[in-house]
Design a protein around this ligand. Structure first.
Ligand SMILES: Cc1cc2nc3c(=O)[nH]c(=O)nc-3n(C[C@H](O)[C@H](O)[C@H](O)COP(=O)(O)O)c2cc1C
Length: 297
């Protein structure tokens, strides 16, 4: 069985997590150029041609390996796989539901599958469905998650004990201390989301980046959508949603997300971020972030 480093074929076992519309090719390429593994995202995508364009744009910026996150509930998921196979992408991460159907299809097209899991049971299921590795994503993570996941400190060793495939830790990791802690818990690698939103190459608006660097340890909340919850920055908008003055749907769709995450209107959309925001105070390049993570004391 391949180790994570052999699988990713990059210098450091650091995956840049999928982050919806802010996984721009410049960020993905910068992470891969710095020795990590950049990842394009497709959760909000409704057009295979855009995926193909993003893959090609990223290839123009780096000749290092990078991957893509597939959202199983996206009806176009098989079309996306065909494009990835044609473009020579060798690894994807899978989130948003059961990977059972899509893994054989990926393997048939020569693509390895790393499945994001929030619990030990789902890690076991991913393994028996043929996953090549799992990402154990703790509840302190930014973004969408279920209702009953444990935090990284418990989830990563528990998943490492439960499965025989490599485990990558996600959630709450933002610097060299978190990186080393993840390895000590039994992970072979890490997936980082929130810290990379603050990377200079990320297309996220400066207002989003600053909301993270200015947040404290108590600066995020769970926003419940009824189907899943989103860990997000505790902005005035989120306070209004939590106190029932506003609904969630109008503030978590492609238009609202682009307006707030990319154009900086923080009152338009929910801005996901992890608890680790409380540890992040600088806006740095992807290379500075990765160099500190692997070399910092
Ligand atoms: C803005 C944002 C969007 C995200 N979108 C996705 C997604 O589309 N697919 C996915 O698998 N994970 C998604 N995530 C989760 C990240 O890929 C990653 O696992 C998580 O951020 C790790 O925790 P951290 O934020 O503490 O680093 C998202 C996270 C954030 C902050």
């Amino acid at each position: 069985m391949d180790t994570i480093k052999e699988m990713l074929k990059c210098k450091y076992p650091i995956i840049q997590g999928a982050m919806g519309v802010i996984c721009n090719p410049e960020l993905v390429a910068a992470v891969s150029e710095a020795g990590g593994f950049g990842l394009l995202a497709t959760a909000f995508s409704q057009d295979s041609e855009i995926i193909q364009k993003q893959v090609r744009e990223t290839k123009k910026l780096t000749d290092k390996p990078f991957g893509l996150n597939l959202f199983t509930m996206n009806p176009l998921v098989q079309e996306f796989v065909d494009i990835l196979a044609d473009e020579g992408i060798g690894i994807v991460t899978i989130s948003g539901g059961s990977p059972k159907k899509i893994i054989p299809y990926l393997h048939g097209r020569g693509i390895k599958a790393i499945v994001v899991v929030p619990t030990v049971d789902l890690a076991r299921k991913a393994e028996s469905s043929g996953a090549d590795a799992v990402i154990a994503e703790g509840s302190e993570s930014g973004g969408m998650q279920g209702y009953n996941g444990a935090s990284t400190m418990v989830l990563v060793p528990a998943v490492s004990d439960a499965v025989n495939i490599p485990v990558i830790a996600a959630g709450g990791i933002g610097d060299s201390r978190g990186y080393r802690a993840a390895m000590a818990l039994g992970a072979q690698g890490v997936q980082i989301g929130t810290r990379f939103i603050t990377a200079t190459e990320c297309i996220s608006h400066i207002n989003y980046k600053k909301s993270i660097t200015e947040a404290r340890d108590t600066g995020t909340r769970f926003v419940d959508t009824g189907r899943f919850r989103i860990r997000a920055l505790h902005t005035p908008l989120v306070e209004k949603i939590l106190t029932g003055q506003m609904g969630t749907d109008a503030h978590f769709n492609i238009q609202a997300v682009e307006k707030s995450w990319i154009r900086g209107d923080v009152d338009s959309g929910i801005m996901p971020a992890g608890e680790v925001s409380g540890l992040i105070s600088d806006i740095d390049s992807a290379k500075q972030i990765i160099d500190e993570m692997v070399g910092g004391s």
